[in-house]
Design a protein. Sequence first.
Length: 375
Amino acid sequence: MNTETFRAPDMMAALENIQRKLGSDAVVLSVREVFDESCWKVWKKPGVEVKAGIRERSSDKPSLPLIPEKPAQDDPIETPAQSQEPLKTAPVIRHIQPSSLYKEQSGSDESRPQQPLYKVVRESLSSQDIIHSLLDEITRTCLEVLPPQIQGDMHRVESFIQDLISAELRVMPEIQVGKSGVICLVGSSGSGKTSTTAKLAAKFSQEDDREVVWIAADTYRAGAIAEAKAYTETMGIRYYPTYSSEELADLVADLRDDHLILVDLFDSNPFRKGSQEMLETYLKALGVADIYLVLPATTKLPDVLSIVESYQELPIRGIIPTKLDETRAYGTIISGIWQSGLPLVYCSNGPSVLDDLQAPDPDVLARNIIIAPAN
């Protein structure tokens, strides 16, 4: 989804500007209160900054109207108490502090008609392993952005939330991959590093003018050398095993100028300090390199969050989700990407080299988040 940012003295003016420029199919994704040098600052009144975009795909789902129609005089629409709160001053969604908008309110059920729906939404998203900080921001944004009459429509709320998640998943442009001349994948045991390295080798052997070479530092795992040799012999690319960080540094320095180097590192255990320290030593030996974290979609949410945290001090440029064909629950991957703030690079389905790498599609990941219908 392509997004744009609009500033205006109030929300209605912002919505009019968005609708004028992007049309009635535009979707509002976030709102925040701002001060700037515009004319309304003279009266010390804040304006609003609204992030909006248009879906790049066709959809059968109805679009959300930016400016709600005025209700008939004999059919007033009550606004939930939450929507009366002032706009928060936090920046865009990923960096906002957890919201308090979802706290239970006092009063009768009639005074908060939307609460049951958002309870269903949160429970459904939580059951799909969406991290709670993202749940808070989804709830806050829905309450601040969606008109009251839409907040009771589960179908339209679901469509909005899926667009919201999609817009928050960044994608690294493919042209940036491999620019350093060295690509290295890191990840835990069984994450799919070697098979993903083989897919990268097959891809760049056909698309890159440089000769592709494979350096294997994964010489500790039983069968690792045989597996790497099988891949490289099949594809007809050169294979170099290394047994120390010094040997790796020398080899990379010799080959960097006119080769695209793929480095298959050993498995690292994010829960063992010694393993991470050894990994850091090898990554420093590479010098300038494109380092990507391989993250299986089948990993449990607590482990995904621990893995992301353990790699945050390393110069990771992006995430490659693997094993997407082994699950239909993508909440853990979405949560890991959200928590890390890193972009998607590729998506890997299946262990075979013939199961090509795919360009990451945030819409596909977001559409797999299904909100249960209200009872």
